[in-house]
Design a protein around this ligand. Sequence first.
Ligand code: DAS
Length: 490
Amino acid sequence: MGEIRLHMFTSNINCSNNTPFLPQKDLLPAFYMNNSNAQPHRSRLNLAASAFFTTILAIILPIIVAGCAAQTGAVSAKPNPISTGLPAVPAAIAPQMGAGAAGSATNRAPQPQQIPAAPLGPRPKVLIIATGGTIAGAQEQPGTTGAYRAGSLTAEQIIASVPELPRYADVESEQFSNVASTAITPAQWIALSRRINKVLSERKDLAGVVVTHGTDRLEETAFFLYLTIRSDKPVVVVGAQHPATGLSPDGPINLLGAVRTAASTAAVGKGVMVVMDDRIISARETRKNYQRVGGFSGGDMGLLGVVASSGVEFFFAPVRKHGSQSEFDLAGVDSVLPRVELTFSYPGGTGVTFDTLPAAVVVATTGFTRAEGTSYQALRRKGVVVATAFPSGDNVTAVGGGEGGPPAGATSATSATSATGANGGRGGAGGAGATGTAAGTASGSAIDQPPLPPQVTVQHLTPQKARILMMVALTKTHDPRELQKIFLQY
Ligand code: DAS
C-alpha cells in the first residue's frame, strides 16, 4: 500500500511589506509517496487522514493569505464586489490625514488601506462644501472616545479618509467654514445657500453638492437649504457622531453615502437631503434624536431611501414645495432675516413678553394655558405673528379651509371669538384646538377691539424648523393668512 507523508509546517508566517505573499513550497501540503527520507517533522498518515488534513489546509490557507495581504497592503486582483461596473480607486488618493490642523504625529487619523490604481472613466462631478463639525473633529488622544475639537480637519483631509470616493464621483471641495455647528448663524445659512445656488446655476457639469456639517445644527441648516436652494440638483448634508480621528469614526462611511447620493440621477428633484448611516432623509423631516451613531431619523415620515451596496435606492419623494418650486429667492434678501422667537408652553405658563417685539413667535405647544392664551393674543394684537407647533413636530392639525386654503379661524378673525378656531377648532387631530381655547376664553372683553390677526398653525414640522420657515416666509409677507398658506405648501 502506498505510503503518504504530509509535511507538517510549523514555521512562523512572516508577512513583509516588501514581499507580496506567495504560497511557499514548505507551506503547501507536500505529499511524499513512498518517501523513505522522512524528515523529523513528517509523520506518517494513512489516506483518510491525509484527506482530512488537506481539507483543513484548504480552509486555513486562504485565511493566512488574506491576513498577509491585509498586513502588506496587497490587495487581490479579483474585482471588488462593490466596484462592479465602476472603476477602481487610484492609489494616488492615499490619504495623508493628520496633517495641517491635526497634523502632529500623535494626532493622526486612521490610515485607510491603499487600493491599486486603475484608469478612471468619466464620473459625475460632486462639490463637497465643508463647514466643520464632528465629521472634521480631531481627538485629543486619537483613537479614543475622549474629548475632541470639532471643525479641525480640512475638507481635503476628510475627503482623503475615503479612498473609495473616486469610484463614484469626481470630487471637488471648498472650505466654507471650519466650526462646530453651534457657531453657524442664519447669516451663514444665507451665505451658504447663495453659494450653492450660484455654483449650481453656473456649473452645469456638477451633478450635485454635499455639505459636511456638525450634527447639533445639521437639521436646521439642511431645512434652510431645502427652502432656499432653487435647483433640482441633489444637495446632501452630512455629519458624523464620532470624530474623524477618534475610535470608529462614522464620518467616512457617511461621506461616501452622501457623495453617492449627490452623484445619483435618482436623487434629482428630491430636494435637500440628509444622509447619515446609509439613510436618506428629506431635510424637511430630519431630526437628531440622540448623539450616537444611528441618531438621525425622519420621524413618522421615515426615509426617502437608502444607500445600499448595490446603489442609491429611493422609495419615496417629497411632494411639498422645494427646489425649483421654491419662491424664496435670497438674492434680494439682507443677510439679517426677520427675527422669530421660539418659546415653550407648559403647565402654569403665563406666556412671554419682549422688550423689543420680534416679527413672529413660534410656540411649541399642545395647548395654551389661559394666561398663555391671553399673552399670545396680546402679541398678535401688537402685530407679532404667532404660530403654534407641536413639540414633537409630528402633529398634523386639521387646519380649516382644506386644499391649501387658510385655516377656519384665520379666515374670519373679525373678533377675538374667532381665535377659538384659529388652530382649526377642537382639532380631533391632536388637541390643537386647545391653542384656541384659552384665546377664546380670554376674548370676552375684546368685542370692541379691532380684528384679531389669525394665528398660524404649523403642520408636521418641529418648532425649530417652523421658526426657520417663518423667518424665510416673512421675507415674502407679514400677512398671517398668506403665511398660513406658505406653511401649508412647504
Ligand atoms: N460638535 C458638534 C457640532 O459641530 C457635534 C457634531 O458635529 O456631531 O455640531
